[in-house]
Design a protein. Sequence first.
Length: 81
Amino acid sequence: MFQLKKEIPNSVTIIISDAGEKPMITVGVSADLEANYHAGNIVKELAKEIQGGGGGNPGFATAGGKNLDGIENAYQKALEI
């Protein structure tokens, strides 16, 4: 995530994955967009879909959850963001 933030300015990167039967969400916001987007707030919103929680700072945040079936909903919500 940190490499992507460096290589792709003006980006909000969201990775949603199934890590060993547990859904995981990672959000990175490039430094030039941190005033407009907050990774911690984004991940908290998306984590609701996977029955999880998480947090972070304006540039980087992670969340884990319990509901694999919520991955598609989290993805759709991420597209809206």
